[in-house]
Design a protein around this ligand. Structure first.
Ligand code: ATR
Length: 272
């Protein structure tokens, strides 16, 4: 029987997940399909989850705006997803629905791949933004760095994030007004939905810069950072990094050893 999985979210037309999982499925020679599902409205998302419960689908990756719903509809929610308040993965296993958030693991994998010289122990990371993307980033960075500073236009949102995540995080989480927040940072992650305005002159020359978005792949933030000699990490590495544990949960086997970045880049160029 063909294993059916896919990605749910809206809009969904430009999702790269089917390209990534499709390439791994082809390499694994599995009788499986990974499709784009939408849906546009919440009732239809619930129906999709019910189809999973009935065994029609093995599971779903989930993107905006259904990440909170995915967590709410699951029977078992991982610590990470609960801490982040959302899930990017929901799957059927042993008669129940399980939810997890693999974005943070994707972020750490991207750092390992594109900034292998960055040792987080005892260091400071700065996260720009306090939305859903920022939560996953702060949670993951907070397991490895000593301190994570959050800068956000709306201070209350950053303060709320710190208070929600601090109990789940060994690192010290702080909210900062921009000012001196970049001083001594080993890593700055952009999790804003707009291009950040930062004082590059305040950065340590060794600071690594990362952007969570991959549209465009080379954001102004990364381009300016690279021009100033900083190591940069892109959002596509994070997307592929979050897809790995997703594939293993959905299809119950290891990710085949093939490079999917070239296929994802080609799809990214084709869709803009
Ligand atoms: P996501 O789930 O992708 O993180 P989000 O929850 O909408 O998306 O968060 C978007 C982030 O970008 C927030 O940090 C937001 O700041 P506010 O909390 O102040 O809204 C930030 N952001 C969006 N537009 C911005 C702008 N024009 N200037 C500065 N920050 C902006």
């Amino acid at each position: 029987m063909t294993l059916r999985a896919g990605v749910a979210g809206w809009p969904i037309a430009h999702s790269l997940s089917p390209v990534i999982h499709g390439a791994w499925l082809a390499a694994a020679g599995l009788d499986a399909a990974y499709d784009r599902f939408g849906p546009e409205d919440e009732a239809a998302f619930r129906d999709l989850v019910e189809r999973m419960r009935a065994g029609e689908l093995v599971g779903l990756n989930v993107t905006a705006p259904w990440k909170e719903q995915a967590m709410a509809l699951a029977d078992h929610v991982s610590e990470t997803a609960r801490a982040c308040g959302s899930a990017n993965l929901i799957w059927h296993h042993a008669g129940a629905l399980w939810a997890d958030s693999t974005d943070g693991r994707g972020l750490m994998a991207a750092l390992g791949e594109q900034a292998p010289g960055l040792d987080p122990a005892g260091k400071v990371a700065v996260v720009l933004g306090a939305g859903g993307a920022s939560r996953a980033a702060v949670h993951a960075l907070g397991q490895a760095f000593a301190e994570v500073r959050i800068i956000n236009r709306t201070a209350e949102r950053a303060i709320q994030l710190v208070s929600d995540l601090q109990p789940h995080t060994p690192a010290v989480l702080t909210h900062r007004d921009s000012g001196a927040a970049l001083n001594g940072a080993a890593l700055v992650v952009n999790a804003l939905s707009v291009a950040p305005q930062i004082d590059f002159a305040a950065l340590d020359p060794e600071a690594v810069l990362m952007d969570i978005t991959y549209r465009p792949l080379r954001t102004e933030f990364l381009a300016e950072g690279a021009a100033r000699g900083h190591t940069t990490v892109d959002g596509l590495a994070m997307l592929i990094g979050q897809a790995r544990p997703s594939f293993e949960a959905l299809f119950g086997r290891p990710v085949p050893d093939v490079d999917v970045r070239a296929a994802a880049l080609a799809a990214l160029e084709a869709t803009g």
